[in-house]
Every structure is written in C-alpha cells, then in structure tokens.
Design a protein around this ligand. Structure first.
Ligand code: COA
Length: 168
C-alpha cells in the first residue's frame, strides 16, 4: 500500500476527528482542530491511502522544545511502521529547526505507545497523577535526550534504515 504524507487542510478536519475518536475515544471539536491547524507553533502531518486519512501526528514547538500532542494510526493499518515513519519525519524536521528536546505524555497502560517512544530514545521522567480525566489514569511524562547530537543522529539513522522515508 502506498501512503502519501501531507499537511492537513481544513477539509481534512472531519477525517481527523473520526481518526481521533477511533484512536483515543475522545473528540476535539472541529473548531479546536481548526485553531490547531492555524496555530503557527502547531505542526500536523497526515498519511493518506487514496482519499482515506489513516494516520496523523501533531506537535507543538516551544522554543527549543517540541511537545508531541497526538500520534494515531487507524487500527487496520497498525504494525506497518506508519507511526515510526511519521516520527522519523517529525524528528528530522525538529533537528533541522534546532529543536533539542522532545516531550510527551502517555497513558500508564499504553504499552504500544511507550514501546514506540522507547525505540526513539524517550525515557520516562515523571508521572502526572490522574491526568486523564475520563478513566483517572496517570500519565507518564517522557523526554528524549538532546536530539541535536551525533548519538541521536545515529539512532535515528538506524531506525530510518528500517523503512523508506516519507516525503511531502
Ligand atoms: C501507538 C500507535 C500510534 C503505534 O502505531 P503503529 O503504526 O502501529 O506503530 P509502528 O508500526 O510504527 O511501530 C513502531 C514501533 O513501536 C512499537 N510498537 C508499536 N505497536 C506496538 C504494540 N502493539 N506492542 C508493542 N510495541 C509496539 C514497536 O517498538 C515498533 O517497532 P518494531 O516494528 O520494530 O517492533 C498505534 O497503536 C495507535 O494509534 N494507538 C492508539 C493511539 C495512541 O495510543 N497513540 C499514542 C498516544 S501517546
């Protein structure tokens, strides 16, 4: 299957909301998504298969840090390294922009996501109690080491070698 990487437009918001609902069981309002897509500090990417949005990733840039807001892959497209390819693309972009550290929150019970982030060198640095209101689960706070180092570039290169790169 061929996947196309692109930057989502307002016309993609219904598909993004649908994917978000499937992946997280929660729904940002269309106006929230619109505000996100218009925010110059927000960066979103989608992968499409034909006209279907199958994966997305969003992050905020805050000076030399990036905060991953969402990564989601449609259930029938998981385990094909789509999230990995999106993260590779994001991390390359972050390094080019001079971003040094990446952080995110992940549910305590979300082993798949924690394994994904661990592969990219994220470590658990903290815990936010009852962070997720719906089920009162804790969030683990994960951070990378400095990504602007030869060591991190070597890690990223090893991961990138597992798949073909995404291009916009
Ligand atoms: C987490 C999620 C984004 C992973 O997407 P994916 O495209 O299936 O992941 P990939 O195929 O790119 O996997 C890359 C790596 O992540 C890890 N991983 C992914 N899914 C995993 C699973 N179910 N169990 C264990 N490790 C897993 C593995 O290390 C894998 O590397 P490998 O292929 O060498 O084993 C996807 O399961 C998802 O959308 N879940 C619901 C939303 C979510 O939890 N998002 C993250 C919120 S913080």
């Amino acid at each position: 299957m061929e996947y196309q990487l692109s930057i989502p437009q307002e016309s993609h918001i219904p598909a993004l909301r649908e994917l978000e609902l499937t992946c997280f069981g929660a729904h940002w309002a269309a106006t929230d998504f619109k505000r996100e897509l218009e925010n110059p500090n927000s960066h979103y990417f989608i992968l499409t298969a034909g006209s279907r949005v199958v994966a997305y990733l969003g992050y905020w840039q805050i000076l030399e840090e990036a905060h991953i807001i969402s990564v989601g892959v449609a259930p029938d497209c998981r385990k094909q390294r789509l999230a990995q390819r999106l993260l590779c693309y994001m991390l390359e972009q972050c390094i080019t922009k001079g971003i040094q550290w990446i952080t995110l929150e992940v549910k305590d019970s979300n082993v798949a996501a924690q394994e994904l982030y661990a592969k990219f060198g994220f470590s658990i640095m903290g815990r936010r109690k009852n962070y997720y209101q719906a089920d009162r689960q804790d969030a683990l706070v994960m951070w990378t080491d400095n990504i602007a180092t030869p060591e991190y570039a070597a890690l990223l290169q090893r991961i990138q070698a597992e798949t073909s790169p995404l291009v916009i």
